[in-house]
Design a protein around this ligand. Structure first.
Ligand code: SAH
Ligand code: SF4
Length: 378
């Protein structure tokens, strides 16, 4: 079997190339061809020696993911559905804004965490994506967008691991993918513009701080353990006190940063004033000392099996104001790409597309401090 070169970060590619008897800088050239130029055909890589090109053709390929569908929204949002085999499909969403382009990337087909308000969670877990399948989403989106704009100028400035799956339950594939995204010879995404979102896999938060300290978003959704246990089942394994301690340790490793806490607003469940107050207490005292935090409130996107409702707009506003009054930068996510979600519901039923990533995603925050950047813009 030929290896997929998308499975490697640059160190991995250096390992592969030195195994073929090549110098490390050849691997860097190859890495640039693949990730910066979007090349798949070794015969186009004219600055590599013919002997290397034939060795590569025999042992390797650049295997992108087949695109099942692409939906373009009137607001510029694009959603791709990629085939990952065996009836599984994953989504990526591109969200253009004035000052940045954000790609939302999936890490697993399905998810084992099983959050009550999440359609991916309801779908169950199929399998982890490989490094190559994670990177292929960015590879495809970036080169499609460059081709469309007719120039080699970079389009995607921010990546958020907020598609399907729990990235920290696919750690071994995740880290090389993140490294390739950060690499100046790859996508050159800056550390603060690359966000891993997690439901709270405490030991892996610690490992990420050591191995690849990118921006961290924690999906909180509740200020107390009894409530969080019912919404985010992994809380039973890693309760709030442990999660907040892990957040502090993460910040100790990157002292000038903050953690973004995501909070899905569920009508009558977690959107009352006492919940806002609970969050404030948790941030100030939950870990013994204060955690440097921003909040991102996400109006719930309902789906039939959830039995939950979206909080009313005035409730979201009041909740945000409460956090804001206590000095916490708070943004409210606006849904993008509504018109393509309708199309998404009409997709072929034989693929397990029951996610709705674009509905979770944001445009610019519509609240609340005049100078507030969204959580993607660190
Ligand atoms: N598994 C990771 C990353 C993927 S989910 C995590 O949970 O953080 C990305 C974000 O979308 C999470 O904050 C999640 O809580 C939110 N989300 C999931 N389902 C949603 C829904 N139906 N409406 C709004 N946000 C949702
Ligand atoms: Fe998994 Fe995140 Fe959905 Fe929870 S919210 S089920 S962790 S994808």
């Amino acid at each position: 079997m030929r290896v997929n070169l998308l499975d490697f970060d640059r160190d991995g590619l250096i390992g592969h190339c030195t195994g073929l008897g090549e110098k490390p800088f050849r691997a860097t050239q190859l890495f640039r061809w693949i990730h910066q130029r979007g090349a798949v055909d070794f015969s186009h890589m004219t600055d590599l020696a013919q002997t290397l090109r034939s060795k590569l053709s025999a042992s390797a390929h650049v295997h992108a993911l087949p695109v099942i569908s692409q939906h373009d929204s009137a607001d510029g949002t694009i959603k791709w559905l990629f085939d990952v085999g065996d009836g599984n499909a994953v989504e990526s969403v591109f969200i253009p804004e004035d000052d940045r382009g954000t790609l939302c990337v999936s890490s697993q087909a399905g998810c084992a965490v099983g959050c009550r308000f999440c359609s991916t969670g309801h779908q169950g877990f199929s399998r982890n994506l490989s490094t190559g399948e994670i990177l292929a989403q960015l590879w495809h989106a970036e080169h499609f967008l460059r081709h469309r704009q007719g120039s080699d100028e970079r389009v995607i400035s921010n990546v958020v691991m907020m598609g399907m799956g729990e990235p920290l339950q696919n750690y071994h594939a995740l880290v090389p993918a993140l490294r390739a995204m950060l690499d100046d010879h790859g996508y050159g995404i800056s550390r603060r513009r690359l966000t891993v979102s997690t439901s709270g896999v405490v030991p892996m938060i610690d490992r990420l701080a050591q191995d690849c300290p990118v921006a961290l978003a924690v999906s909180l959704h509740a200020p107390t353990d009894p409530l969080r246990d019912t919404l985010v089942p992994i809380n039973r394994k890693y309760p709030l006190a442990e999660l907040m301690q892990a957040c502090l340790r993460y910040l100790d490793a990157a002292p000038r940063d903050f953690i973004t806490f995501e909070y899905c607003m569920l009508d009558g469940v977690n959107d009352q004033p006492e919940h806002a107050q609970g969050l404030i207490d948790l941030m100030r005292h939950g870990a013994g000392r204060g955690v440097s935090a921003k909040f991102n409130l996400i109006p719930f996107n309902p789906f039939p099996a959830s039995g939950l409702r979206r909080s009313q707009a005035h409730q979201v506003q009041a909740f945000a104001q409460c956090l804001q009054d206590q000095g916490f930068v708070t943004t409210v996510r606006k849904t993008r790409g509504d018109d393509i979600d309708a199309a998404c519901g009409q997709l072929a039923g034989d693929v397990k597309d029951r996610t709705d990533v674009s509905k979770r995603m944001t445009r610019a925050p519509i609240l609340i401090t005049p100078s507030t950047p969204s959580h993607h813009d660190h």
